[in-house]
Design a protein around this ligand. Structure first.
Ligand code: IMP
Ligand code: MG
Length: 174
C-alpha cells in the first residue's frame, strides 16, 4: 500500500523562500567573479535548479556525491566521495548547496574537505535545518527553513531513495 504523506512545506512556500535566498546571494556576490554552485547529489538537485534559475550573477555549476545516510535514518558521520567535482575550486567563490542539515556531520566533513582545496571563499546553503539534532557545529550562511525533528521527504529528499520527486516537503505517515 502507498504511504500517506503529510505536507509540511508546500511547493509555493519553498520556491518563494529560495527566491529570497537567491536575491540575497545576488547582493552578496554582486561583482564577484568565479562563483561556483556545488550541488551535493542527489538531495540538492531540486533546490540547486530552483536557486540557479533565480541567480543573476555569473555562476557555474558542479556536482559532487558523498555518502552520508546508508539506507536508514541515522548519519554515520563518515563521508566518502562517490563522485568528485569535475573542476578545481582553487581561487573560486564556492557555495555548497545541501538539502538538509541534521547532525551537521556531512556538511562539516564537506567543509573541511573543500576548504583544503583553497577556494577564495566558501559558503554553505541548506534548504532545511533541524537545529535540535545538531551534534557538530557548522556555520550555515543561507538557510531555507528550520524544521522540527521529523524525517522529511520530497523536493529532492528521500526515504530509501523514494519520494525525491515530490514537489513539496512532507512527512511519511505509516
Ligand atoms: P547530517 O550529516 O546528519 O547533517 O545529515 C545530512 C544528510 O542526511 C542530508 O544531506 C540528507 O541526505 C540526510 N538527511 C538528514 N535528515 C533527513 C531527513 O529528514 N530526510 C531525508 N534525508 C535526511
Ligand atoms: Mg544528502
Amino acid at each position: 500500500m502507498a504511504d500517506k504523506i503529510r505536507v509540511m512545506i508546500p511547493e509555493e512556500d519553498i520556491t518563494k523562500r529560495i527566491g529570497e535566498i537567491a536575491e540575497q546571494i545576488n547582493k552578496d556576490y554582486a561583482g564577484a567573479d568565479n562563483v561556483v554552485l556545488i550541488c551535493i547529489l542527489k538531495g540538492s538537485v531540486f533546490v540547486t535548479t530552483e536557486l540557479a534559475k533565480r541567480i543573476t550573477v555569473p555562476v557555474t555549476l558542479d556536482f559532487m556525491s558523498v555518502s552520508s545516510y546508508e539506507g536508514g535514518t541515522e548519519s554515520t558521520g563518515r563521508v566518502r566521495i562517490i563522485k568528485d567535482l569535475d573542476d578545481s575550486i582553487e581561487g573560486k567563490n564556492v557555495i555548497i548547496i545541501e538539502d538538509i542539515i541534521d547532525s551537521g556531520r556531512t556538511l562539516r566533513n564537506l567543509l573541511d574537505m573543500l576548504s583544503s582545496r583553497k577556494p577564495a571563499s566558501l559558503k554553505l546553503l541548506a534548504l532545511l535545518d533541524k537545529p535540535s539534532r545538531r551534534v557538530v557545529e557548522v556555520p550555515v550562511d543561507y538557510t531555507g527553513f528550520e524544521i522540527p525533528d521529523e524525517f522529511v521527504v520530497g523536493f529532492g529528499m528521500d526515504y530509501d531513495q523514494r519520494y525525491r520527486n515530490l514537489p513539496f516537503i512532507g512527512v511519511v505517515e505509516n
